[in-house]
Design a protein around this ligand. Structure first.
Ligand code: PBG
Length: 329
């Protein structure tokens, strides 16, 4: 019952005032679902700013403890630790050394914080290898999938032993979740969940992270292990299903904003929690545009997180986690 001049259906009725909009909001953010990625570098005496990520630093062990306390105060749900060793080698030895920087930092955080926040670790090799690839190499310089699985298994066990409460394998090797699950179970850590970076794309949006973690590949690229942005339809779901069959407890899509279609597909397909990683390049774009006065920074940060949440992510990894959690509470 409407005519062109006098519509009966007026969607604007529910947008008229802020309390009405708040009442009908279908998407809400909560600090507990935010995960803060942190970088800690061996041998630093002062935190070192990451030029391409204004506001993000490589921490010292001490400054990391302080940042972690602030995250807890703000109600952030979890931290994910990326350690950068002073010395790297071909097999990424620092990755499973009990005295490696990641393990020391995990130990510090567990000692300080206990169970006040979830402490996760990124389980990969690229932070630790001198060539910057996510695995060990064959003589031809290719990433050797199965030899890498043994390394990931050792890294995951070292991280769990140091205090990681969740391990998050990010290297996109076939079979990595099964290898890590078996190693954790066989070494007294059957209770440690695996958050699998299941659908991870070979993305230009990782650029600034490679400065933060000092892990840009010295030759070649990651296209032979991370997914092609133009890859086969269904590839992301295949990766997710394989990871679940191998024992993943939660799955991740990465990057987030350019891959919201994938976040939605995954959310509609699985019955485990889905994480999305708002990566370094997503962060850098907003900070750079805001620094130029081209975007309203705070507004765009909230809008981007809402979009990721609306697409179906249950957890969001974001470098803005502490700031946003403070704003939400
Ligand atoms: C690999 C890893 C990367 C990121 C998280 N884990 C880099 C890569 O795959 O090249 C990127 C995160 C970001 O860009 O914020 N260990």
């Amino acid at each position: 019952m409407s005519n062109a001049e006098f519509p009966v259906a007026r969607p604007r009725r529910l947008r008229r005032t802020a309390p009405i909009r708040r009442m009908v909001a279908g998407t809400r953010l909560h600090p507990a679902e935010l995960v803060l990625p942190v970088f800690v570098k061996e041998g630093l005496t002062d935190p070192r700013p990451v030029a391409s990520m204004p506001g993000v630093v490589q921490h010292t062990r001490d400054s990391l403890r302080k940042a972690a306390h602030e995250a807890v105060e703000a109600g952030v749900g979890a931290l994910i630790v990326f350690g950068v060793p002073a010395v790297k080698d071909a097999r990424g030895s620092a990755g499973d050394d009990p005295d490696g920087i990641t393990q020391l930092a995990l130990g510090d955080l567990r000692a300080d914080l206990g169970d006040a926040i979830v402490i996760m670790s990124d389980t990969c090799l690229d932070e630790y290898t001198d060539h910057g690839h996510c695995g060990v190499l064959t003589e031809d310089g290719e990433v050797d999938n199965d030899a890498t699985l043994e390394r990931y298994a050792a890294v995951a066990v070292a991280q769990a032993a140091a205090g990681a409460q969740v391990v998050a394998p990010s290297g996109m090797m076939d079979g990595q979740v099964a290898a890590i699950r078996a190693a954790l179970d066989g070494n007294g850590f059957p209770h440690i969940p695996i958050l699998a970076y299941s659908a991870k794309y070979a993305s230009g949006f990782f650029g600034p992270f490679r400065e933060a973690a000092e892990c840009a590949p010295r030759f070649g690229d990651r296209n032979a292990y991370q997914q092609d942005p133009a890859g086969p339809v269904g590839e992301a779901l295949r990766e997710v299903r394989l990871d679940l069959a191998e024992g993943a407890d939660a799955v991740m899509v990465k990057p987030a904003l350019p891959y919201l279609d994938i976040v939605r597909q995954v959310r509609d397909t699985v019955d485990v929690p889905v994480a999305a990683y708002q990566v370094s390049g997503e962060y850098a774009m907003v900070e750079a545009a805001a620094a130029n006065g081209w975007l309203d920074r705070d507004r765009v940060i909230m809008e981007s997180l809402l979009a990721i949440r609306r697409a179906g992510a249950d957890m969001i990894l974001t470098y803005w986690a502490t700031e946003v959690a403070r704003k939400l509470s």
